[in-house]
Ligand binder design. Structure first.
Ligand code: URA
Length: 224
């Protein structure tokens, strides 16, 4: 079937508009939509894909991609914000001071880090721990979405404002979101305070423990 010159010009102008819009958003590469969906890849392929990722500028300053760690069939998945310096150095999420506190919370639940799964929304460290940019979140989101699809947790614990707002597509504050279950694609989501917040505000530990008790009840785990 022949297409008229007018139709070709229309396609070119639509593509041009799309590319200009992406540039205005800060992208320096055009993502192949099929590639970024990652719908077919298994866990190891996904990890490999993330390890080689150059979809945003954070690849240039990272030491390691911090993909995620723990049980790939976990019922409980913790999702934080982004790696800090310690995590970037080790390539493992939550290994710094905030991570040690998260480990204590997990152990207080009579679980271990290798029984749950721990990941972040952003897989590479933002320089000087600045907030991730909108374009970085957008580039990185498909990895987390596929990770959740593969792990199929029964409960997700969203650590802090950033993970909770991203998963639940809301701008509500963490203080309003925490304490009760929400839903992400049929999975129960319990937002709670980020361990880094607890380091600055130890009084929040009581609320986090209340939230974790609800998570344990949902998973039929004994409450210590
Ligand atoms: N804070 C996070 O959100 N994630 C980490 O991995 C470490 C600190």
């Amino acid at each position: 079937m022949a297409n008229s010159i007018q139709e070709y010009l229309q396609v070119i102008s639509t593509v041009r508009e799309y590319v200009e819009e992406q540039m205005q958003l800060g992208f320096t590469e055009i993502l192949d939509p099929e590639h970024s969906k990652l719908t077919e890849v298994d866990y190891n392929q996904l990890r490999q894909e993330a390890n080689g990722c150059k979809k945003c500028e954070l690849h240039a300053t990272r030491t390691n991609v911090v993909f995620g760690t723990g049980n790939e069939n976990a019922d409980l998945m913790f999702i934080g914000e982004a790696p800090g310096r310690d995590e970037d150095e080790k390539g493992e999420p939550f290994v710094g001071r905030a991570g040690q506190l998260l480990t204590k919370v997990i152990e207080a639940m009579e679980l271990t880090r290798d029984k749950v799964y721990i990941a972040n929304v952003i897989k590479c460290r933002p320089p000087n721990n600045r907030n991730p940019k909108h374009t970085e979140i957008e580039s990185c989101e498909p990895y987390l979405i596929r990770q959740i699809e593969l792990i199929k947790p029964k409960v997700i614990c969203a650590l802090g404002t950033f993970a909770a707002q991203m998963l639940l597509r809301t701008e509500a504050k963490i203080s309003a979101l925490r304490g009760h279950f929400h839903e992400y694609r049929g999975i129960k989501v319990m937002p709670t305070y980020h361990p880094a917040y607890l380091l600055r505000n130890p009084g929040g530990k009581r609320e986090v423990w209340e939230d974790m008790q609800k998570v344990m009840a949902e998973l039929n785990l004994p409450i210590p």
